[in-house]
Write a protein of this length. Structure first.
Length: 377
């Protein structure tokens, strides 16, 4: 059956998923964490010294954030690779000491499946995080974590946010327990970390309610101005996520820059026709972000900061602050900082009066996935 491409239907489905995220993810966290504990024990027994986080689309974006939790909780060198590049560029360097962890929600993404196949052929251990047990990619996973979240069917060409967050939940749970089995942390440390993860997921509903009106008001006064998203550390991945959702939903260009790279590149295009949205949360990037936001404002840009509510230093610089709760661990901030960006995508879509992906105007033939049935091709 052809997907329903009517605009109002698409808007309603996207909004419904936003409002279901918190409850669904909190409900699934214990089961995902239990799987992650078993997987982490098996991974630790193989003693990998290097971790490749691979994916395409949202999974690739999530990896930019999740690499930091593996470094901080597991103390393992971790890096991001686009899944498409693994077979052609990284496979010659893979061996039994290199763990390749791939997220493929459908389990049918061509690039993700090929990356796992190439890793296995090179003798590297593999982890697959998926929402689709029995899918083609599962044939290449030494360990598999099944998310089992009620994410929308993206074959209908509606942007998904739940699966992006669920994949990150699994990575955080693996990292927390891998640190235990590598002797970095205690089991109590892992449980405490997962408890804070649960609190961050619970906060999503409150953040949606708190930011809905302010984000909508910003969108209504854009008046043709271009939003620039700036992030550093784990929140650079959040900036990339915001860009992806705005493009998929509202079908308009939006710019993303790493906090340091803004000073080298994007600042030359920062002026009164730009709205700068920066994630100024505690961490090694914080002081540099304050400098960047101060410079952006001096150049005439309206500055919006995603920051802790009581941060006086940020409030003194930004025209507007979208507050998020204080978290002990910087690696968890993408779960909260991404919420206003989900709303930014939603309200920009409504204001533009478009259907996501322009699916009602043009056929979408991507060739990105394997068939629903049958094995890898």
């Amino acid at each position: 059956m052809a997907p329903n491409v009517e605009k109002n239907h698409s808007w309603a489905v996207y909004r419904d998923e936003l409002e279901r995220q918190s409850t669904a993810l909190v409900r699934r966290l214990p089961a995902i964490a239990a799987q992650a504990r078993q997987v982490a024990e098996g991974i630790a027994a193989r003693s990998p010294s290097l971790l490749y986080l691979v994916g395409s689309g949202d999974s690739y974006i999530a990896a930019h954030s999740c690499q930091f939790v593996y470094r901080s909780r597991s103390r393992i060198a971790s890096f991001v690779a686009e899944a498409f590049d693994v077979a052609g560029y990284h496979a010659p360097l893979l061996d039994a000491t290199t763990l390749v962890a791939s997220t493929s929600i459908s389990g049918r993404t061509l690039s993700a499946t090929a990356s796992l196949a190439a890793a296995r052929a090179a003798g590297a251990p593999t982890l697959l995080i998926t929402n689709t047990p029995g899918s083609p990619a599962c044939a290449y996973g030494d360990w598999i974590i099944e998310l089992d979240v009620p994410s929308i069917d993206t074959s209908g060409y509606i942007p998904s946010t739940m699966s992006y967050l669920a994949g990150m939940v699994a990575h955080h749970a693996v990292a927390a327990w891998l640190g235990v089995f590598r002797g970095v942390h205690t089991p109590e440390d892992a449980e405490a970390y997962l408890g804070e993860l649960g609190a961050a997921l619970t906060a999503i509903d409150r953040l949606l309610a708190a930011h809905d009106a302010p984000v909508r008001a910003l969108v209504q006064r854009l008046d043709g101005r271009t939003p620039f998203l700036i992030g550093g550390g784990p929140c650079y991945g959040s900036a990339l996520f915001g860009e992806a959702k705005v493009i998929e939903s509202a079908m308009v260009p939006i710019a993303v820059q790493h906090v340091e790279e803004w000073a080298h590149i994007r600042r030359f295009l920062t002026h009164g026709q730009v709205i700068t949205i920066g994630m100024a949360v505690p961490g090694p990037s914080y002081q540099r972000m304050l400098q960047i936001l101060r410079d952006a404002r001096a150049r005439g840009s309206e500055v919006v900061a995603i920051a802790e509510a009581d941060d006086a230093a940020v409030a003194a610089i930004a025209h507007e602050v979208w507050p998020v709760p204080a978290l002990q661990h910087e690696s968890l901030q993408p779960f909260t900082c991404g919420v206003p960006l989900e709303l930014l995508a939603y309200w920009m879509m409504i204001e533009a009066d478009v259907r996501p992906f322009h699916a009602d105007r043009q056929p979408i033939q991507t060739g990105l996935t394997l068939p629903t049935t049958g094995g890898p091709q």
